[in-house]
Design a protein around this ligand. Sequence first.
Ligand SMILES: Cc1cc2nc3c(=O)[nH]c(=O)nc-3n(C[C@H](O)[C@H](O)[C@H](O)COP(=O)(O)OP(=O)(O)OC[C@H]3O[C@@H](n4cnc5c(N)ncnc54)[C@H](O)[C@@H]3O)c2cc1C
Length: 486
Amino acid sequence: MPSVNSFVQSTKIDKLHPYYDVIVIGAGIAGLICASFLAKNGKKVLLIEQHFIPGGYCTSFKRKGFHFDAAVHHIGGCGKWSVVGRCFKTLGIEMDFYHLDPMDNLIFPSFNIEIPADLDEYLLRLQARYPNEKDNIKFFFQDFTKLYRATFNNEKSQIIEKYKDMTYGMMLNHFFEDNELKMVLSGQWGYIGLAPSKASALAMSQMMINYLKDGAFFPKGGTQEFANAIFRKFIDFGGHVMLSSKVKKILKNRISVAGVKLNDGKEISSRVVVSNVDARQTFYDLLEDNNDVEAVYLKKIEGMKESCSFFLLYLGVGGGIDLNNLKRGFYLSGSGFDTIESEWMYISVPTKICPTLAPQNKQIISLVVYKKDEFYKNVIDWKLLKDNMIESTLEKLENYLPDIKKYTEVIEAATPKTLERYTLNTNGAAYGWAVSVDQIWDQRLSPTTPIGGLYLTGHWTRPGPGICAVVSSGWGVANLILENWR
Ligand SMILES: Cc1cc2nc3c(=O)[nH]c(=O)nc-3n(C[C@H](O)[C@H](O)[C@H](O)COP(=O)(O)OP(=O)(O)OC[C@H]3O[C@@H](n4cnc5c(N)ncnc54)[C@H](O)[C@@H]3O)c2cc1C
């Protein structure tokens, strides 16, 4: 298996141009996709990334022969007719995926639910389990699917009008009485990072229906392979790239962009700049000056709230441990719809999907822990917090695998601070802006900005978070730039 950072390198310095049509800041998945489409269409594109590998949150790292995926666990929309599938086909990228079936599991304190990789099958199973809600389940999924389609096609419609101001919790209360059913239909809220009482119904439909209709996919070789495949295509199209290079400023020429200045003082000119970076940083730290940006726009950004972050534990475990009964999915601690917001853990064993991620006969266990925002407020000693979290998470895992400590050969962990350090997302925000009702759909920042030639792409802009959505964002922004170019 190739090492996680094989095939990725910066363009040789003497090959770089002093001027580019477009500079893309950040090689997250949105930046990579946007840059690739622009290069494919003949633009001179420079991609600048502060990390030494591309992918943003979609990266992997290697320890003692174990290939750990840093953040992303699976990707939606990779079927032939879905967003990622169509995007890769258009770019000519070939990638092998494992299709995850069952799609997921919800492990509640007193019962478990398996979520099949098929919407119709799931609906039937729910109707069989909750016969008193049979018709409501049917009507709920009818509306939920319509809502997903309308947001997917980016069309203003009655269904959007009906739900755009509703939280997902309100939508569930509108359809159902059964407390347990509402818990089950909320169990995957971790994938958008906001509990049903605050999350937008639109955002939840985008995520859930995407996974239920098309399934969840895992890239063969791990998530870095997904990023590397796009990166390599960008290079094939003649794109230039600077890794380990941080953009310090976006330069302006009156009210339009003029290029970028790097941390080492080097300036590179361009007609267009695309920022795949945290939007607040784009306008408050990177832009040379924001004097020409309307106060109302800046105020909106100032008031927006970023999504939650996570604690992550990566374990490389030796042979002999039996992981057959360890289910991949959410381990939820709440015992009612009102408490679904409480702490949860997501566990997966990526080597059960792709055995070559670990040395022969060894396994990887990957855990994501959600804690409410307050937990991370006022942390002074992040190292101490990390050590304590490693210990407490291992103790929880011992409930399912009593001998886990005995078999563990490698332990790595990441706190929100670690995620921030590697991607520069403020406080390690996992999903850009939180997907609350007032920060989604047309309330989320537009990819076009008040500064001429400056565009946003990724999870800080529309449509929202997750790999599938940011692929759509990168592709959409490239099309916008090409249209405006003419
Ligand atoms: C723990 C975790 C688990 C997740 N699991 C999933 C999952 O299973 N499935 C899924 O679909 N989504 C998942 N997500 C969400 C998903 O990873 C993100 O929404 C998505 O990757 C965001 O992509 P992006 O391109 O917008 O930005 P990012 O991935 O944040 O990339 C931004 C890039 O910009 C670079 N950058 C920033 N500032 C500068 C600068 N000044 N100069 C140069 N470069 C700069 C960064 O280094 C980074 O590479 C998860 C997120 C987290 C944190």
